[in-house]
Design a protein around this ligand. Sequence first.
Ligand code: NAP
Length: 298
Amino acid sequence: MSGPAFQRMAVAGVGLIGGSLALAARAVGLCAEVVGIGRRPERLARAVELGVVDRWTTEPAEGAAGADLVVLAVPLGAMRALMEALAPGLGPEAVVTDVGSAKAAVVTDARLTLGAAFPRFVPGHPIAGTERSGVEAAFAGLFRGHRVILTPVAETEAGALGRVRALWEALGATVVEMDPSRHDRILAATSHLPHLLAYALVDLLAGLDEREEIFANAAGGFRDFTRIASSDPVMWRDICLANREALVAMLDRYGEALAALRAAVEAGDGAALESLFARAKAARDACAAPGAGGEGQA
Ligand code: NAP
């Protein structure tokens, strides 16, 4: 291989995803230097200690200056202000990408703030993660074997898109492209709705008088189903706000499905229950089969 694909990568938000991307890119020699951009000096100093970034700054424009790749990896609600703050530092060739879990809102933020750099902004979302957060949770192998969805728009430059695609592919991810609103509808169904269900169930049970006994007797199924309720509350607040429309549509559909299930249970309709469970089992078995691409976020 010739030299690294990027001389200087700036990562704004050196947490689980931004930190893992920095570690992964360094591990395969894709970038010569990584600059961390963040809010809290002690967290950024920790990122240097852990070998995730080479140096850091709390000034976004200063961190973006001289970087040929800028990765935005903060919670969705912080994206617009971050873009506004770093835009003046962007060089004329700099490629910008993000990892946010909802895409139409980020594209709007970028269109409003990045000015002449907007065509070099490549919206992205790695479908990989864990329920942990912060730089300590970052690891280089996070994206290997996972899918990354890029959601370019009409203005997106082909060259910038190609470089971001090549970056993720070099980290072992499979890249697919789709329209931002299609991404948001799909992720509302596969990721955002399940997180809300897990949060709602755990919160409901935690409010019951028998909660201690309930949690003490919880089996593996409960732990599997609710693991994602340990995810970061700020991140999930922002995802719900950024993907409201698609999420409300899925919540309505789920409400109808639950009402139908409730009716079958109340009526003692074993045939209806068994046929629903059989259909769902077949669908779950098929999507979890090796090579079926059923990997998910968190
Ligand atoms: P994380 O581990 O909590 O890291 C977030 C980083 O953003 C931290 O370094 C944090 O800095 C910084 N930050 C938080 N609020 C900020 C603000 N208002 N202004 C500037 N910086 C701020 O979160 P993450 O899981 O990596 O998520 C980052 C992005 O990736 C989110 O947009 C999320 O939607 C997306 N994503 C997450 C997953 C997942 O499973 N976790 C998967 C795919 C995509 P401090 O340490 O100073 O707070």
